[in-house]
Design a protein around this ligand. Structure first.
Ligand SMILES: [Fe+2]
Length: 229
């Protein structure tokens, strides 16, 4: 993806988020220079911030996701079973823009339609070997109510509705009818290791630098900041 395209998506995403009166934390509006100069370990090490991905496919409108990690706990705390075990993201799935079929090994996540269009989530159960089970029904909690789907069944979340996806449950999603503002509340998140895709695919974009970055992406941190403090 060209940096100019990433910059345009960031500006469009910021405006979309603002249109719902969702206020972002202060570091969301830091320039790359400010982030590089201040480099708070609490942001860099937890990998908070902007994340625009086309899953390495170069077709963002058809396959991609806009994310901002608002908070993220510590993997050690998760292992200990106490402390900061949680994470939060705000995301945008555009209309008919696919986030491809994947599961998580560690992370349980609530995916919440915060407003806009409908959010469609295609679901499969995990087979005992972790692969996608094309035979078994899949049951998920939706706002406290269990719902069961055939393999590949589509859960449609209206604004305000949510689903809890436990580790191992396969899911893909996209906006229907309009772009969707999505909330994610989860256990500690590690996007470097905890996304298993059904098809061979990347989690992050390769960026072609054709203009200055408007914001640093989380995937820029290592190159822009060196090793985390
Ligand atoms: Fe997920």
């Amino acid at each position: 993806m060209k940096r100019s395209r990433v910059n345009a998506i960031l500006r469009e995403g910021e405006a979309f988020i603002r249109s719902f009166n969702f206020a972002m934390p202060p570091f969301a509006s830091w320039s790359p220079r400010e982030l590089i100069e201040r480099r708070p370990a609490g942001i860099i090490d937890a990998r908070l911030g902007w994340d625009i991905t086309d899953y390495g496919q170069g077709r963002f409108d058809e396959m991609g996701l806009f994310l901002f990690t608002v908070r993220n706990g510590r993997a050690e705390d998760l292992t200990r079973g106490t402390g900061m075990l949680y994470a939060e993201k705000i995301m945008i799935s555009r209309r008919d823009q696919l986030s491809p079929m994947h599961r998580h090994v560690v992370k349980a996540e609530d995916i919440i339609n915060r407003g806009g269009g409908k959010l469609v989530i295609e679901l499969f159960a995990g087979a005992p070997d972790g692969s996608l089970d094309r035979e078994a029904d899949v049951t998920v909690p939706t706002d406290g109510v269990l719902r069961t789907f055939k393999p590949g069944g589509k859960l449609v979340l209206e604004p305000g509705e949510s689903v809890t996806l436990m580790p191992g449950v396969w899911h893909a999603f996209w906006g229907e009818g309009a772009d969707v503002l999505i909330g994610e509340v989860s256990t500690v998140n590690d996007d470097l290791t905890d996304n298993i895709f059904a098809e061979p695919i990347g989690r992050f974009s390769t960026i072609e630098e054709d203009e200055e970055p408007y914001r640093l992406l989380v995937s820029d941190y290592d190159a822009a900041l060196g090793s985390p403090a």
